[in-house]
Structure formats: C-alpha cells, structure tokens
Ligand binder design. Structure first.
Ligand SMILES: Cc1cc2nc3c(=O)[nH]c(=O)nc-3n(C[C@H](O)[C@H](O)[C@H](O)COP(=O)(O)OP(=O)(O)OC[C@H]3O[C@@H](n4cnc5c(N)ncnc54)[C@H](O)[C@@H]3O)c2cc1C
Length: 498
C-alpha cells in the first residue's frame, strides 16, 4: 500500500507539493480551511466585476511549465499565459512617465529618454542583475537548503568564491545609487525590493536579481487572470488523484517523540506517514505544534515579517483609461515611506500606489464601459495599529494622489468597493501578522534564516510556501513545493512495510 501524506493548505506551494508527491506514487490528502483552492492567489466576484485577491504579476513562467512537464501533462490544456508588452507604467509627481518593457534594450532606451541617466548605464546595470541571477538562482532558488550536499559541490563553492559579484554587502539602494545619477531611475530599481516585501535601504543588493527576472525574462498574465493558475493547479491535482478537503481547518499536527504521525481536523485524529505544512511557518509552530516547544518556534518568532498590503478593489466607471495593466504612482520621499512602514509601522502619508487593471487584458473582468481597479499600497505588518483609522487615512491620500498625478477625480467614478487590510489577509490566508511574503529580506543572511523545506527537529514533517525556503511570490512557492516533494521522495519510502 502506498504511503499517505497530508498537506495543510492549498496555496500554490501546497498544490505544487501535492501534485508532485501524488505523481510519484504517494497517496495525498490536502486539507484547506477555505472553501476553494489558491490561498493568496484567490479571486472574488462583485457586482459584475472580477478581482484577483492577491498576486497580479507572474514571472518565471517556466516554473509552471516545468511542473506540468514533470508530471506528464500539457500546460496548454489547463492554462494560457500571455507575455506583457509593457510590464509596468511608472508615474512620477513631476509628470514624468516611464514604461518598463520585457526587453533590456527597450527599457534602457526609455529610461535614457526620460531621465538624466545614459542608456549604457542601464544596459550595464541590467547585465549586472543578470550576472547575479546566473550565479545565484541554481543555489538559492532551486535547491534544498536542508541538504548539506547543496553547499558541498563544485558549483556551490564556485558561487560562494565569487561572493562579491552577487553583491551581498551593499544595500540594494547603495548599489543602485552607484549605477545611476537620476533619483527617478534609482527609485524605479529600488522598488524591486518590495517584490518580496523588503526595504531597499536594508535589503542586500543580491535582490537586484529580481530586475533581471522581470525585465530580462518577462512579465506574464494568464488568460482569465492570476486566479486561473490556482484553478489550473487545482484541476491538475485532481487529475493526479489528490483528494482536496475544503472547509477543513487543521487544528494540530500530531507527533510522538520526534516524529509527526498525523493531524487533527474537526476534532478527528487522522494518521499519516508524513505531513507538509503549506500554512505560514510561524503559525505552524505557534498553533499546530504548540505542545512541542521547539527551538525553531522561538527562532522564527523573532524574525521580522515582510510588509503587508492595503488593497482597495474599485469597480470604476472609467472607459479605457490611459493606464496599463500594471501601474505605479511613486511617492516623493521613498526613504521616508520605508521608514514609516518598517520603523513607525504605519501606512505612509505619501504612499507609492500600485494600480492593477486586469480588465485591460480580460474584457470579461468588468462590464462594458467600466474597469476593475485593484489599488494597493504597501502596509506595515500587524502590530497594534488602529486599522479603521489607517484605512481612512490611506484612502484619502490615495484619492488625492490619483487626482494630482493622473488628473482623475475618482470620487464619483467608484461604483463598487471592497477593502482588504493586513488583518483580512491574516484572516483569509493564515499569514502571520498579514505579511505577504513570510519574513522580510532586510538582512544579508535572510535567505539562510528561512525555514528549510524539511524539518530538522521533527521527522516526516515538511514545509512549503512563501514563509519557507526559497521565499514568497508565485514562482518561488511553486519551487518550494517542488523542493519539499523531492525531499519527501528521497526520504519517505513509497510503500508501507506490510
Ligand atoms: C496583496 C498581495 C499581492 C501579491 N502580489 C504578488 C505578485 O504580484 N506576484 C507574485 O508572484 N506574488 C505576489 N504575492 C505573493 C503570492 O501571492 C504568495 O507568495 C503565494 O501565493 C503564497 O503561496 P503559498 O503557497 O505560501 O500559500 P498561501 O497562498 O499563503 O496559502 C496558504 C493556504 O493554507 C491555508 N491554511 C493555513 N492554515 C491552515 C490550517 N490550519 N488548516 C487548513 N488550511 C490552512 C490557507 O487558508 C491558505 O489557503 C502577493 C500576495 C498578496 C497577498
């Protein structure tokens, strides 16, 4: 009889681990607290509008392609991905507009046209970002950090010997300021720290890898919106024989001595040969393994979470605005914005605003003559804020800023509104303190502090998802599920002894 595994959570990381483990012959049950799959990559429908709940941009689509290839299925039977022509349109308060393209040359020409920086500086910079990707991706994104072999081989040692080239000793902002003169260019490239909820003035410049991932490899949007990825993986999981139990909150991971052997769901104890937690790592330790008093629980509770978000989903009576699918309205003082987020732990008084309009690509996401605006600002992780006050403060600032930069008075254009605060993100997805990407990368060694995909303290326990290695974001959580499944395949015997 095949061995049985329980996966806690049907986020993209959990689905990736489930699909791969089931494909290799294990019997897999997924337990999901919500009534549908996808976790943060969910959607909701309101008054004729469709909104993606969380993620809005897909990068590294080859990670999804590889998942389908590895389990002998055709991606195109489940999902259609489209490459964006313009990845993001950046607006500055002095009226400057810069488009970023999935093409280093084109982006460099655009930046040289709109700022004091030269095209050559941008091309040189994007080559430096690519070099970091080439040197680090294999080791930091695709490998199991709990396996000593990851570091004890020629390739890993070669990377570690070229440590200066991966730029871990400068902050992202310091490195970006060394390439460019114009504050607009620096701010544009500093923004990539927010792709994993970090602070560009503290995060290591190694994170400049993200610029290559987006501009060099491209930004994508699936037909039907980001939620189509969750639907596709849900369907693939079913095809592979995974049983998904919705409305099933796992209350406890059961263990004996130093081995886990089951879970408790709705008061029932169920036996399993292994357990994978796709729930937030801190919550797993604090709520599901509370009785074990593990060292890791103390360690993870001390790490700084990534930022959260405050999102306004507005159905808008706006017909074909000049905006792109992804847009940024920059703040005037970026340093102050991050200090308010991470030190004062409040919403910035001049926030950088992100506007995602999926109806630009998917007409059916909004009724004719309307657009679906997902308007997001970075918000601090939860720590005794008064969210009612923060939301009212943020909304006024956002409306004023949109009016002054875009010249659109939204007050009579919003026909429907839903708001999701950090408290809602924690409630809806189980993220500790509402963080979007697990722990922040505001220190040089953050990559090494994340939870490894296999527990060092408890046998038969595995982790995947944004708060585990290699981190948050759609491609990384899919890789996290892959590394967890590979570790399961290596460690757990496929068949029970009897
Ligand atoms: C507002 C926002 C914007 C984002 N933007 C982007 C973006 O543009 N691009 C990008 O790549 N990424 C983005 N992200 C990050 C990305 O969404 C996440 O990193 C990724 O989706 C997380 O996947 P996960 O596997 O960690 O699972 P999660 O999505 O965190 O899901 C975990 C699941 O586990 C379930 N669960 C938790 N505890 C239990 C329990 N005890 N019992 C049963 N079920 C449980 C939860 O209900 C949830 O469904 C964004 C996230 C947010 C919130």
């Amino acid at each position: 009889m095949a061995k049985k595994g329980a996966i806690i959570g049907s986020g993209l990381g959990g689905l990736s681990a489930a699909i791969r483990s089931a494909h290799s012959g294990f019997k897999v049950d997924v337990f999901e607290e919500n009534s549908n799959a996808g976790g943060k990559a969910n959607q909701f429908l309101v008054d004729g509008f469709r909104f993606d709940l969380g993620p809005s941009l897909l990068t590294m689509p080859f990670v999804i392609q590889n998942l389908f290839d590895d389990v002998d299925e055709k991606l195109e039977d489940y999902l259609t991905l489209r490459k964006l022509d313009v990845i993001c349109k950046y607006y500055y308060s002095d009226g400057t507009i810069i488009n970023v393209y999935p093409d280093p040359e084109k982006t460099a020409t655009e930046i040289a046209k709109k700022t004091y920086d030269k095209k050559l500086s941008v091309t040189k910079y994007l080559k430096y970002c690519k070099k970091i990707y080439d040197l680090t991706s294999e080791l930091f994104l695709f490998k199991d950090f709990s396996d000593p072999k990851t570091f004890l081989n020629f390739k890993a040692l070669k990377t570690l010997l070229q440590i200066n080239k991966i730029d871990p000793f400068r902050s992202m902002h310091q490195a970006n300021s060394s390439f460019f003169h114009d504050p607009k260019t620096i701010q544009l490239f500093d923004r990539y720290a927010t792709y994993n909820g970090s602070n560009p003035y503290k995060a290591p410049a190694t994170l400049n890898i993200i610029q290559h991932v987006e501009i060099g490899l491209g930004g994508f949007v699936p037909e039907g919106g980001i939620y189509s990825i969750s639907k596709a993986l849900h369907n693939l999981a079913i095809k592979k024989g995974v049983n998904i139990h919705f409305n099933s909150k796992v209350e406890k991971i059961i263990s004996e001595k130093n081995s886990v052997n089951g879970i408790r769901v709705n008061g029932n104890d169920l036996e399993y040969d292994f357990v994978v937690s796709n729930a937030d790592v801190n919550k797993t330790y604090k709520e599901l393994l509370e009785d074990k008093k593990l060292k890791s629980a103390v360690k993870y509770s001390k790490l700084t979470p990534s930022t959260s978000a405050l999102v306004f989903y507005w159905g808008m009576k706006v017909d074909d605005s000049d905006l792109e699918i992804h847009n940024i309205l920059f703040s005037e003082n970026y340093k102050k914005e991050f200090s308010q987020l991470f030190e004062e732990k409040r919403c910035p008084d001049d926030p950088t605003i992100y506007i995602y309009i999926s109806s630009k690509y998917n007409n059916e996401d909004a009724p004719e003559g309307y657009e679906n605006w997902y308007v997001m600002i970075n918000a601090p992780y939860i720590e005794e804020q008064n969210w009612e006050e923060e939301i009212a403060f943020a909304k006024k600032n956002i409306l004023d800023k949109i009016k002054s930069i875009l010249g659109i008075d939204l007050s009579n254009k919003i026909v429907t509104e839903k708001i999701v605060s950090p408290v809602d993100i924690e409630r809806l997805t189980g993220s500790d303190k509402g963080s979007l990407y697990g722990i922040s990368s505001n220190s040089r060694n953050a990559a090494f502090l994340r939870q490894a995909n296999k527990s060092k303290e408890l046998n038969h326990l595995y982790f995947c998802g944004g708060s585990a290695h290699p981190g948050g974001g759609i491609p990384l959580v899919l890789l996290s599920g892959k590394i967890a499944a590979e570790s399961i395949i290596k460690t757990e015997k496929l068949l029970a002894d009897n």
